[in-house]
Design a protein around this ligand. Structure first.
Ligand SMILES: Cc1ncc(C[n+]2csc(CCOP(=O)(O)OP(=O)(O)O)c2C)c(N)n1
Ligand SMILES: [Mg+2]
Length: 282
């Protein structure tokens, strides 16, 4: 099974990642603060997922044959909205409504509000178990679609993640691809200090998964990892553990410590857009 071939003159994955970051910054500016550093950090992963790996129809987000993308970390909604805007599933002009009453873009992911948002989030720890249910259902329907689930390093401190991981291994869910964002940050400080990140890949292998660990800000490495995960014939769920840098692409924000919930002052936004543009490679 392969994703659609790239169109001639289609933007490069690096350009997609740049645009995803820019959409996220624009949403961040609407509220002046938020989970902006996470969105900048995960943009390369989302670019490869949405513009290299996944099958979907932008004009028909409910298309039955689509790959499912489950966002376990509801606070990363800003990142997924940015990818969905870039994918043409959400119109660009909704950015100004981000976080407002009645908006389709609430600050935490809500499945019933937003096209392309498969599950609601907010309470951490549920995505992997939900993905197990989705993956089992897809198998029953004889679908060849994949179920992707994005969760986070801090979230791996939730026991329910490992209950889900155990179930996925038990049912040999080879249609499930987990993606872990390891930015070594969570609400209370570095994840390596707060809940520990030791032997993360080994933990998944012990539960019967195929595990890869990659630089989540290296597009080529991500393409190879997604290709491997999709092409594998072993009857196992797969996980791609992605080491990312918070606020990637905006150096003065990358340097900020404790950027779990980032406040950017009104006079800093222009500087952020300029810094992002300066690093544009495509
Ligand atoms: C069950 C649950 N416990 C606590 C929280 C509060 N909370 C919101 S984000 C977060 C940090 C989670 O870690 P991670 O996603 O790695 O943080 P980030 O990388 O975004 O800084 C916490 C504890 C929550 N949303 N749900
Ligand atoms: Mg984290």
């Amino acid at each position: 099974m392969s994703a659609s071939p790239p169109l001639a003159n289609a933007p490069s994955l690096a350009e997609r990642a740049y645009r995803i970051r820019r959409h996220a910054l624009r949403m961040g500016e609407v509220q002046g603060q938020g989970y902006i550093a996470q969105a900048l950090g995960i943009a390369d992963v989302l670019a490869v997922a949405y513009f290299h790996a996944m099958r979907y129809r932008p004009d028909d987000p409910e298309w039955e044959g689509r790959d499912r993308f489950l966002l376990s970390i509801g606070h990363y909604a800003i990142a997924l909205y940015a990818a969905l805007i870039e994918a043409g599933i959400i119109p660009d002009d909704e950015i100004d409504s981000y976080g407002a009453d009645g908006s389709r873009l609430p600050m935490s992911g809500m499945a019933s509000y937003t096209p392309g948002m498969e599950v609601s989030g907010g309470s951490l720890g549920h995505g992997v178990a939900l993905a197990v249910g989705f993956a089992l259902a897809m198998k029953r329907k004889k679908s060849d679609a994949f179920v992707y689930c994005l969760f986070s390093d801090g979230e791996c401190g939730e026991g329910s993640i490992w209950e889900g991981a155990s179930g996925a291994g038990h049912y040999k869910l080879d249609n499930l691809i987990g993606i872990v964002d390891v930015n070594n940050q969570q609400a209370d400080g570095p994840s390596s200090e707060v809940t520990g990140l030791e032997n993360l890949a080994d933990r998944f292998t012990a539960f019967g998964w195929h595990a890869q660990r990659v630089n989540g800000n290296d597009i080529e490495a991500l393409v190879a990892a997604f290709d491997t995960a999709r092409a594998l014939t072993e009857p196992k769920p797969r996980v791609i553990i992605c080491d990312t840098k918070m606020a990637k692409g905006v150096p003065f924000l990358e340097e900020r410590e404790r950027n779990h919930f980032l406040r950017v002052e009104p006079d800093e936004w222009q500087k952020a857009f300029v810094a992002l543009e300066a690093g544009r490679t495509a």
